[in-house]
Write a protein that binds this ligand. Structure first.
Ligand SMILES: [Cu+2]
Length: 182
């Protein structure tokens, strides 16, 4: 479903790199000139790298169900996820140490310096959901969670789950009483 990308570029161009600006080169004759900081990120696209929100190093996110290497009978099943030392807030809400979930299906991690793509392999839970109904074709699939900030950009360090592998087999759908998908 179409999900509104909110203000993706807001601030990206206008924000100076914080915390560097006020350092005046002092009288340190021996020090090399304050050159451009070595780039630790290598953006490849035309989009300017965006400043990422900080996350506590002990923050993490996990998939509560299914578990790694689980075999699931039925192509429609409920998945739930959780966080520790980190909060959930809807997309568009900028609050420290919070974010919203993204489920990566059968893909590697995206570029962490850009908004997380929005397609069938990258699901956004922009209302702050912590569970969903998934429908996947029979076969082996990988699932991984990645938190994004108000603008869908991963935090620094990224708050993400382990990537799990599940096997979906055709079968009777499990009884569910879950809320609807995003
Ligand atoms: Cu998002």
């Amino acid at each position: 479903m179409a999900f509104p990308r909110r203000l993706l570029l807001l601030g990206a161009a206008a924000l100076p790199v914080a915390a560097r600006g006020q350092d005046k080169p002092a009288d340190h004759a021996h020090e090399p000139p304050a050159a451009t900081p070595a780039p630790t990120l290598t953006p490849t696209g035309a989009e300017a790298p965006r400043q990422r929100q900080a996350a506590p190093p002990d923050a993490y996110v996990y998939i509560g169900w299914p578990q790694d290497r689980q075999v699931i009978y039925g192509t429609r099943f409920k998945l739930w996820f959780g966080t520790r030392n980190f909060g959930v807030a809807p997309a568009g809400v900028s609050k420290a140490n919070t974010g919203h979930h993204h489920l990566l299906i059968d893909v590697d991690l995206p570029d962490l310096n850009k908004p997380i793509p929005n397609d069938r392999n990258h699901l956004h839970f922009g209302l702050g959901q912590t569970e969903t109904m998934l429908e996947l074709p029979p076969g082996t699939h990988t699932l991984q969670l990645l938190m994004g900030d108000a603008d869908h950009v991963p935090h620094d360090p990224p708050v993400m789950s382990k990537r799990i592998t599940i096997t979906v087999r055709p079968g009777k759908p499990q009884a569910v009483s879950a809320r609807s998908a995003p």
